[in-house]
Design a protein around this ligand. Sequence first.
Ligand SMILES: Cc1cc2nc3c(=O)[nH]c(=O)nc-3n(C[C@H](O)[C@H](O)[C@H](O)COP(=O)(O)OP(=O)(O)OC[C@H]3O[C@@H](n4cnc5c(N)ncnc54)[C@H](O)[C@@H]3O)c2cc1C
Length: 312
Amino acid sequence: MQHEWDAIVVGGGPAGLSAALLLGRARRRVLLCDSGEHRNDRAVAMHGFLTRDGIPPGELRRLAREELRAYPGVQVADRRVLEAACAEAGFTVRLEGEEAPLHSRRLLLATGMVDELPDLPGLDVLWGRTVWHCPYCDGYERRDQPLAVYGEGRLGVKMALEVRSWSHDLVLCTGGSRIEAKDRRRLAELGIGLREERVVALEQEAGELRALRFADGSLLPRRGLFLAAPQRQRCELAERLGCQRTRKGMIRAGHDGSTEVPGLYVAGDASPHVQLAIVAAAQGSMAAFALNAELLREDLHAERRPLAAAPD
Ligand SMILES: Cc1cc2nc3c(=O)[nH]c(=O)nc-3n(C[C@H](O)[C@H](O)[C@H](O)COP(=O)(O)OP(=O)(O)OC[C@H]3O[C@@H](n4cnc5c(N)ncnc54)[C@H](O)[C@@H]3O)c2cc1C
């Protein structure tokens, strides 16, 4: 593998793929590294991506990789980035299974987030099929159907208020946590049901949610469930390089993905923006654009030659 790169992009989801595409078109030498742990791997369809509404997420990535093949400057390595460090004129990056470190003038992290799912028997089969985290992504297909929201405290209440736009037949399950009296009143005013007992299992049939089972054995029949689950960064590279996190755990970055570490960019779910695939792709492009503009300034500066003295 070549050892000198203009940019190394870490992450092969919509953000990283889109960044690699723009950098390839800018005729940069780009290495895209992907450990193959995409956040929406379990989703059967991806919605809200213009011209690709309902596409299986893996198919979007396959199409994107196919497009990248048209650009000779772009190389894809299905490897994890183990380490990255600031170095002279850029970064050194170490890949799994690669002895020698690589050098890159710029580094773009599009490493995504992990949903911290509750320990609910039955959830594993249903996650991404009839249990989701985002009503914008999957609410429309279950509109006006009996739905539930599962989430503790304010997180659960906020999501229940949001999901109500998709169905009025809605119950908030707090998993055993209690909510404040004012939230209880607000839910009652809106006709949102409330169950504060512990949920012990999700009952399914052929991969479809049928009901939530409570500790006393009672069942709440539902056709879909939205989880208000906390999240964490998928990898720690940004922190190790000196980036700060926002209150919500995202990597602090400017509008164009630039971070407080010179030459380091971030895009997609890992950065502080709306978490949608099309937004991640757009952020990938924005970060690639800003990163390339920096490289261009550097290149133009390096190429400047002193002018010959003007004749008198
Ligand atoms: C169940 C579910 C359903 C969803 N449905 C929708 C939907 O319908 N519509 C929609 O718009 N959004 C949907 N989303 C959200 C969508 O998945 C994310 O917004 C999107 O994937 C973010 O893209 P990303 O590129 O930032 O991160 P990801 O797609 O998560 O990609 C991160 C990439 O980084 C790689 N990576 C991480 N660390 C390393 C490392 N150290 N070395 C190498 N590679 C690394 C991973 O392998 C992965 O390729 C859904 C999410 C979930 C969980």
